[in-house]
Write a protein that binds this ligand. Sequence first.
Ligand code: UD1
Length: 336
Amino acid sequence: MAVLVTGGAGFIGSHTTVELLNSGREVVIIDDFSNSSPKTLDAIRKITGKDFKFYKMNYLDRKMLEKIFEENKIDAVMNFAGYKAVGESTQKPIEYYINNVSGALILLDTMRKYDVKKFVFSSSATVYGDPQVIPITEDCKTGGTTNPYGTTKLYIEQILKDIYASDKTWDIAILRYFNPVGAHESGLIGEEPKGRPNNLMPYIVRVAAGILDELSVFGNDYNTPDGTGVRDYIHVVDLAKGHIKALEKLDNEQTGLYIYNLGTGIGYSVLDMIKSFERATGKHVKYKIVERRPGDIAMCYADPKKAKEELGWTAEKSIHDMCKDSWNYIEKQIIL
Ligand code: UD1
């Protein structure tokens, strides 16, 4: 029995595939390399010493998807094939809704056809919009997303709830990621955004590496301890391990629809991140304070208690590990 991983060559998909293989699972990956690279697949083999089946395809291709379900014994699906650039989503909403929402629907419809009903979905803390209560628990109100990317996550969550309500033999875990950063400690896989990064950590590492001149800190007048935005950064390897725990829950317990925050429960400001990065790497990060970025919120961090109690999962890696491993990855890419 194998786990089908869509987007398995991407940032979170590749780290999760490593953990799946390390936990003894068989994996089938599909990826169209629209935001990833074939070299990641070899890196996964190198890290784990294990192999997996791979299909180069877009998950909107229903015929190919059916072929995969015909050719392999799939018993669960993890979906990492979504587009995820917030800014781009405001420019290309149709592309985002087609790829993320239609893609998920085609995948779910194909799963139903082959009677595979275990599904782990990559959602995001973005579904909470501007949170009314902090730390954020899973039963906090969702909605009020500020961009099409976030809205695709919200819609897919609703679709999953409707599917489960219609047929209780589905077994679904919705994982709401906070801010994934870091990289595998081998430095062989990591985050490689195409073009100029939008997220904080990829920007910091590129400034430290001299690829970009200077970090713009978006606002220092928020209602936070130092005025800059506070987020719950989580090491991608911890996040990947959360997926294994979620899958174990689906395997071992009665069917259900489960929702978990995957975060550390600790908030760091932008200035905290810069300082932690400098301490962890010895590199200088040049920055300037600029205007707030539209759509940003002041503060967002998880209450991770539910995942601890029900999955036995807690994030273990520190902010130091996140910074060190992000840097290790980019350093290796520059040298290679
Ligand atoms: C963003 C998305 C969120 C998505 C997440 C993925 C928005 C509004 N939200 O979250 O939907 O799930 O990425 O990780 O875009 N910052 C700077 N300078 C920069 C970049 C960021 O000061 O060049 C600040 C931001 O203002 C924020 C913090 O760093 O306070 C984190 O930003 P970012 O990494 O983009 O993540 P989020 O905005 O939390």
